[in-house]
Design a protein around this ligand. Sequence first.
Ligand SMILES: O=P(O)(O)OC[C@H]1O[C@H](OP(=O)(O)O)[C@H](O)[C@@H]1O
Ligand SMILES: Nc1ccnc(=O)[nH]1
Length: 516
Amino acid sequence: MKLTTRLIDIGNRGVLLNAADAREISVRDGDRVEVKSLATGETVSAFVDTTASIIGPGTIGVYRPTQVRVDVLDGAEVEVRAADRPASLAYIKKKMDGQRLNQEETYAIIRDVVADDLSPSELTAYIVSTYTNPLDMDEVEYLTRAMVDTGDQLRFPSYPIVDKHSIGGVPGNKISLLVVPIVAAAGLKIPKTSSRAITGAAGTADLMEVLAPVEFTATQVQQMTEKVGAVIVWGGATNIAPADDRFITVEYPFKIDARGQMLASVMAKKYAVGANLVAIDVPVGAQTKVPTVEEGRRLSREFIELGERLGMQVECALTYGESLVGRTIGPKIEVQEALSVLEGATEPNSLIQKSLSIAGIILEMAGKAAPGQGYTLAQEILASGKALAKMKEIIEVQGGNPAVTAADIVPGTYQYVVKAPTTGYVIELNNKALISLARAAGAPQDQGAGVCIHAKKGTRVQAGEPIITVYADRKWRLQKALEEGRRLMPVVVEGMLLDRVPGRHWTTRGGQQYGQ
Ligand SMILES: O=P(O)(O)OC[C@H]1O[C@H](OP(=O)(O)O)[C@H](O)[C@@H]1O
Ligand SMILES: Nc1ccnc(=O)[nH]1
């Protein structure tokens, strides 16, 4: 059917058809059409929305991403017909049914993901299929390679190129802000790409964005790394493993990170930046992605095997994930904590020790430190101020203000201090509840939102002492976080009343009613 184009500024890969025209070519809402520009001969597939009134018969509304691909102007004529379903849908169904996918099938799915040829529900079906029917190692390798091959890759003229990644799952895990500058200050190249939050309240990309822009092309990532030795950027903007960020948009609301997807997500980014030496942080503990040490070992072996298949040397560190890293969760307060350590603070221990351990592993892998000496070298670099100086170079090369200090970073202006209701030990600090609290307060989108934990598990507190401060950039967000806090009770002090369960308000025999 020939239709006349009307450009519509909507960000989806779609077109708007009059309901009568849609009926004529036998398509319904959500179906696909092929749109062919009669001027250029180019063809693009797009998803259909229908309307009875916004667009009249004979006209087609073309949304921005569709227009960009087919290069049509307002008023141009296009040919429109019902399109076939992509073959990848059958492969997604195959995975939903619990079968294995081969290399070609995996590549077909990932190509369609990157080309935006799958609708949100189709993409969700794929992620859920791999969540419920775990990928085996061959499938993980196909997925990783497909994610790399459908994006840009960096090629540095010399090795080693080192890299670090955490599988996430523990709140407050801001160690990349310390590890990357320490390792780069030792003269190593570390082009660090990170995701935004997946199951947490602030991913490393969300943190770095407090200090500098994080959206760059692959070429810029390479140039900046060559200049100062390191970057900390958001993988989603680089076109490095571009499928990764599409998957994360599906995973984020459900707070899920299926094992096979996680392996591929992390290792595709490492492979695509050209890293040959990689340290992986695997936080272990109840309420993390890896509940037991045995599972942590198994996952580590999988990371190492996948690394071998791809030609990268991988070392994994099982780390303590029962409790948050440092004391803060949320973009600004986490950055403030990390910067203060770079500036010389000797607390919090959990953050400093973890960062030095992971940096130490990388320094040993790259031969900068003798076996067993990496931690000490990392400690010297941190104490000398060289890591802070390197961080300032990274901030500057990415376009941020290198003069920034921890004191300049001000968390959300709406604050609420939760006090210990009773004297006793903190016997429970629930990671997942803390994450929900920080997300309810607005993290990571609201950079000032988050929580600071004053008393970690095992600490003795006096009744009335602060145990948590909640920060928010908006008042209603603070209220929401407090409601979430009351519901989830992320901190429990021994002896504390957990809840009161009232009976009904009986009228007593004496005819009086109490406690209204
Ligand atoms: O939100 P959850 O699932 O906890 O973790 C996701 C975070 O973990 C990784 O951290 P890094 O880039 O190694 O520092 C990712 O890049 C992301 O920032
Ligand atoms: N699935 C993932 C976990 C942690 N980091 C990532 O980049 N991806």
